[in-house]
Design a protein around this ligand. Structure first.
Ligand SMILES: Nc1ncnc2c1ncn2[C@@H]1O[C@H](COP(=O)(O)OP(=O)(O)OP(=O)(O)O)[C@@H](O)[C@H]1O
Length: 255
């Protein structure tokens, strides 16, 4: 579905990405972790066609991405800039559904259902300025999920919500992915999260970033917030990724 080939990017003379190769298969959820500031958001914006990388290629189903593809949704890290302030929560979620040719009523129904899934059933008619940061981010997540894109890109989507909501949203993304066969690339700072939701975890080096490792998450599905995190395989993988992110691959395997 998604293939990133030798992607490099520099802002002026600051080299940020130094040749990234990665792929996301049909229906696969790939988590991307890496040190702070290593270029994760730059990678996501390049994949979404929002910036033109200095070098390399992004292919979706074999077709090079020149501009943001129709069958793509993005949840940005910065919730404060991702919603239209003049539209209600339901209006924000319903807006992209116009591109799907849905009737006004069907759009409204889909928006209400998605808001209900993210725990905002009672806030459909609120405007962004009437909602907390975490609520706004949940609206952005509802908008992406309601659109049912073939490929969903998420940049730290759960960073601004409380721990309980975060777990609920992780499970919601897994459920929607399973029901609609979406391919998902999720960028996160949270190593536990990368393992819990991922089929694979791609670890980036410090900037200028390259891929250090791509690890398969061999854990049973459906995942469970308590039981999965208790599994020995989960704990082992989390430690291995932690060491890789901290740049000590020499320690991998030691307990
Ligand atoms: N539009 C831009 N113009 C110039 N420099 C930029 C721009 N966007 C990002 N950078 C720089 O590129 C580097 C990587 O930034 P980026 O946001 O891609 O990293 P990140 O891994 O997502 O960061 P974080 O872990 O803090 O979310 C940083 O040094 C940042 O200052």
């Amino acid at each position: 579905m998604l293939k990133v080939v030798n992607l490099a990017h520099a802002y002026g003379d600051q080299q940020v990405l130094a040749g990234i190769d990665l792929s996301v298969g049909d229906g696969e959820l790939v988590s991307v972790v890496g040190p702070s500031g290593c270029g994760k958001s730059t990678l996501l914006r390049s994949i979404a066609g929002l910036i033109k990388p200095s070098h390399g290629q992004v292919l979706i189903n074999g077709v090079p991405v020149e501009q943001t593809p129709d069958d793509l949704a993005v949840v940005f890290q910065d919730y404060s800039r991702s919603l239209f302030p003049w539209l209600s929560a339901a209006g924000n979620v319903a807006l992209p559904l116009r591109r799907k040719g849905m009737s006004r009523r069907a759009r409204r129904e889909a928006a209400l259902a998605a808001l209900d899934q993210v725990g905002l059933a009672g806030s459909a008619d609120k405007y962004p300025f009437e909602m907390s940061g975490g609520m706004q981010q949940r609206v952005a997540i509802a908008r992406a999920l309601a659109y049912r894109p073939a490929l969903l890109l998420m940049d730290e989507p759960f960073a601004s919500v409380d721990a309980q909501t975060r777990e609920d949203l992780e499970d919601l993304v897994l459920a929607v992915r399973a029901n609609h066969n979406m391919s998902i690339l999720l960028i996160t700072h949270d190593i536990d999260e990368s393992v819990y939701v991922g089929d694979r975890v791609v670890v980036l080096t410090r900037s200028p970033a390259t891929v250090t490792e791509s690890l398969t998450v061999d854990l049973p599905s459906p995942r469970d917030q308590i039981a999965t995190r208790e599994l020995e395989a989960f704990v082992r993988l989390r430690s291995e990724i932690g060491r890789l992110v901290r740049g000590r691959p020499d320690l991998v395997g030691e307990q």
